[in-house]
Structures are given as C-alpha cells and as structure tokens.
Design a protein around this ligand. Structure first.
Ligand code: NAD
Length: 244
C-alpha cells in the first residue's frame, strides 16, 4: 500500500496538465537492467561509459554492436509492467497529458502509450555511424557491425550516447511542455544525465508541483515537492487510482 501525502493527492487528483518524465528505473520491474544493474554478467568488466559513447564505437565497433545486440535481445523479451500500464491509462483520463522518456526500450509504446517523446532515441533503430541517417535494415548474420548500404560505413544503434546532443525537436518539445504544467511526475531516474535531468528544475521554476517516484534519494529529491520512496509500478497505480 503506497501512502500518498495529502497535498499530492489533492494536486494530482485535480490537475489538468500533467507530464511524466521516466528513466531506466521504470523498466527495472520488467527485468530491463538500469545501467548500474547492467554491470553484471558478461559485460561486468565494462562501464556503460566505456560502451555507450561514439569514441567507444569508433575504437571497437564490433564490441559495442554486440553489447547492443545483447541489450536488444533483453528488451525484446521484456513486457511492460504495472508502471508502464498505469501511465498508458493516464493518457486516456488526463486532459493535457505528456510523456517524456529517457528510455530507449519502447516499453511505454508496448503498454499502449501513443505519444511518447523519446529523448534518447530507440534501441531498435539503426543509423549510419558516418552520415547519421536512419536505416531501414533487415539485420542478417554478417560480421558485426552491419554496413550502411549507401556509404559502407558501420551501422550503429539509433540511441543517444554519452557526449552526444539530444534530438533537437524532442528536447525543445520537452522543454516547452515543462514550462507550462500543473504537475511533473519524475519516475525511475537518477537525475544525473543532462540535459534531461534539467527538466524538473525547469518545470518547478515555471510553477509545477513535482512528484518524484524512486526507492532511493536522487539528485532531484531536494527539488521535488513530494518524494514517493517506492517502486514505480505500485506508486503509479496508486496515482492512477486518484483519477479513475
Ligand atoms: P539510471 O540508471 O541513472 O537511474 C535509474 C534510477 O532508477 C535510480 O535512481 C534507481 O534508484 C531507480 N530505480 C531502480 N529501480 C526502480 C524502480 N523499480 N522504480 C523506480 N525507480 C527505480 O537511469 P536514468 O536516470 O534513466 O539515466 C541513465 C541513462 O541510461 C538514460 O539516458 C537512459 O537512456 C539509459 N538507459 C536506458 C534503459 C532503458 O531504456 N530501459 C536502461 C538502462 C539505461
């Protein structure tokens, strides 16, 4: 049973304009490891910063491609959890609803969310490493990584790596949403990866009430009006119950 403080119950129950900002923690209950948890098994010797950067890909494209193929497989086998489903249901009951995610796993869409702003791309997309263009490829079992059919350059996953800029349209849209909100719910993010981590401060400065859902304190906890120290699944279901 999740205890939601009275002020959050009242604000969330009556809000017209609500955005959700999600991170890797919301998919943890689906068995998709956060980067911290992913440092296990086969890949324990590498930190995500050693694998999820353009420099790492340039140095060793095969290894980075194989890490992503392993993660794609994990994500493909995963199902959305209660948290993803509660957010999908809220899209149908909240008049001005927005969903912004740092996740690349597509589980929000799998749960039925129809409008998802993906700040960090999507793991199933493929792009040319040289020219950046999105490629519609059938992946065959070739020597990894596959090659771009246009220029012969190596193919990379269509995610935003550490040190790379975010897609302009998505980050501008997210910033504009955060400038005009009643409530921002921040679920399952450590608040350490910028510029996404700056969105809660922007929302707060523009007058939004910020609710954080995370079992651990984070870089965003001080800024939040309410911190629900709980797993995303049950906490989001408890919020949904205030709207139905
Ligand atoms: P992060 O790994 O830095 O932090 C995860 C946060 O989730 C932590 O604060 C942790 O306490 C919290 N958490 C763990 N289990 C939770 C649960 N059940 N409910 C609620 N919170 C829980 O993740 P981040 O802040 O999203 O940033 C990492 C970057 O890594 C992002 O850019 C993201 O694109 C990428 N990433 C994505 C995925 C994915 O798509 N599923 C997975 C790993 C990493």
């Amino acid at each position: 049973m999740i205890e939601i403080p009275h002020n959050a119950r009242e604000r969330f129950g009556n809000a017209r304009s609500v955005a959700f900002l999600t991170g890797a923690g919301i998919s943890a209950e689906s068995g998709v490891p956060t980067f911290r948890e992913a440092q296990a098994g086969l890949w324990a010797r590498y930190s995500p910063e050693d694998l999820a950067t353009p420099q790492a890909f340039a140095r060793n494209p095969r290894m980075v491609w194989e890490w992503y193929q392993w993660r794609r497989q994990l994500v493909m086998e995963a199902s959305p959890n209660l948290g993803h489903e509660a957010i999908a249901a809220m899209e149908r009951v909240i008049p001005k609803f927005h969903l912004i995610t740092q996740n690349v796993d597509g589980l929000h869409q799998k749960a039925g969310s129809t409008r998802v702003i993906e700040l960090h791309g999507n793991i199933f997309q493929n792009r040319c490493f040289r020219e950046g263009m999105v490629l519609d490829l059938v992946l065959e079992s070739v020597d990894p990584p596959p090659r771009c059919p246009h220029c012969g350059g190596p193919v990379r996953p269509g995610v935003v790596w550490f040190g790379e800029p975010l897609p302009q349209r998505e980050i501008h849209e997210a910033e504009s949403i955060c400038g005009d909100l009643d409530i921002l719910v921040v679920a399952g993010t450590s608040g350490l990866v910028h510029p996404a981590a700056g969105l809660p401060a922007r929302a707060k400065a523009a007058g939004a009430f910020v609710i954080e859902i995370n079992p651990e304190p984070t870089a965003l906890s001080e800024l939040a009006d309410v911190h629900l120290r709980a797993m995303a699944g049950p906490a989001l279901v408890a919020l949904l119950e205030l709207r139905v």
